[in-house]
Design a protein around this ligand. Structure first.
Ligand SMILES: Nc1ncnc2c1ncn2[C@@H]1O[C@H](COP(=O)(O)OP(=O)(O)O)[C@@H](O)[C@H]1O
Ligand SMILES: [Mg+2]
Length: 325
């Protein structure tokens, strides 16, 4: 049985909307509206959804840069939504983040040496020589030349900057890295390179990733478990097998049908399938969302497979899954 590294319980992040002359709070943006997932040590957990579904907010709340409205983040059995506990457990050292846009997440006025050394300085007391050795080692791990330490972010390509972002995230020997669309700004060929060395680093250091993406194709070969996010909630959650082979929620099917088909022979068939899914999505909203357009609570349909459905339909889906096995 794999060990859990982190457990997210009913996490909510709501942003107040203020309006009117008195600037009162009139409503909330429910960016994250009750999500629960648990991630195992050393695994890649995919968090997938379209733009605006609340993925980044979830990631930021987990690393502690966005305040949590309610819910719990349990790390090593302790609730780390309380900052006192985060400190005690070294949470800010153990949990790091990689951002999509390396140009704005790396300080343009700092040299690479200082960018990578920054998290080390926050948590460890190394001599200048020890620190430089560590930075060189990290650059080496991510496949960057050693003279990179004297340079600035703008002197590198997007793919190289993502490598630097990874080196910085790995610098404190974290247990979990939240990777927020780390490859979506890169060309396809560079994407593959970055994914490969992220995988390599994961194995070498036994790091778990919460891998955020809008594209189910990107995480297909990486994630052992996935959660599909929509409108601040989870519509489907389960093993790779469950999500890719037996998707149930129409929104999951829609994301899957958006993965381009390389094979020319199957293109026409795929296009037809895509149109069918889109039609079902447009026409049967009430089947998949409540009258306020909100995602239903998750129901278990198989040992590692949950779907957001009205309770009475979950039973039927459970039987279907059993039959298909
Ligand atoms: N600081 C903020 N204040 C108000 N609304 C926000 C803030 N950050 C994000 N949102 C809103 O929350 C929703 C989810 O955003 P985000 O987590 O960035 O989604 P994703 O990463 O899936 O694209 C969006 O509607 C976004 O506009
Ligand atoms: Mg985002």
């Amino acid at each position: 049985m794999a060990n859990e590294i982190i457990q997210i319980k009913d996490l909510k992040v709501h942003y107040p909307i203020r309006s009117g002359f008195w600037n009162r709070i009139t409503d909330y943006v429910r960016a994250v509206d009750g999500i629960s997932i648990s991630i195992n040590e050393g695994e890649t957990y995919g968090l997938i959804g379209e733009s605006g579904s609340g993925k980044s907010t979830t990631g930021k709340a987990i690393v502690g840069v966005e305040p949590v409205t309610s819910g719990q983040i349990i790390y090593k059995g302790v609730d780390v939504t309380k900052s006192r506990n985060r400190k005690r457990l070294n949470y800010n050292k153990d949990v790091q983040m990689i951002f999509q846009d390396s140009m704005s997440s790396l300080n343009p006025r700092k040299r690479i040496e200082d960018i990578i050394a920054e998290p080390i300085r926050n948590f460890e007391n190394l001599t200048t020589d020890q620190e430089r050795d560590r930075v060189q080692e990290l650059l080496d791990i991510v496949g960057m030349p050693s003279d990179a330490i004297y340079k600035y972010p703008h002197e590198f390509s997007g793919g190289q900057r993502q490598r630097i972002g990874v080196a910085r995230a790995v610098a404190t020997h974290p247990k979990l890295i939240v990777a927020d669309e780390p490859t979506s700004a890169l060309d396809l060929s560079v994407q593959a390179q970055v994914l490969n060395f992220m995988k390599h680093i994961q194995q070498q250091y036994d790091i778990a990733y919460l891998f955020i993406s809008h594209d189910l194709g990107v995480v297909k070969h990486m994630s052992e478990n996935l959660a599909i996010m929509h409108r601040g909630r989870l519509v489907e959650l389960g093993s790779r097998e469950a999500i890719y082979k037996h998707p149930i929620h129409i929104y999951t099917k829609r994301l899957l049908s958006a993965i381009p088909v390389v094979d020319v022979e199957h293109r026409a068939e795929h296009k037809k399938h895509r149109q069918q899914v889109e039609k079902e999505f447009q026409e049967n909203q009430s089947k998949w969302y409540d009258q306020d357009g909100r995602v239903f609570p998750l129901q278990k349909v198989a040992p590692n497979h949950w779907v957001a459905l009205p309770k009475e339909r979950a039973q039927k889906e459970e039987e279907k899954v059993e039959e298909s096995d």
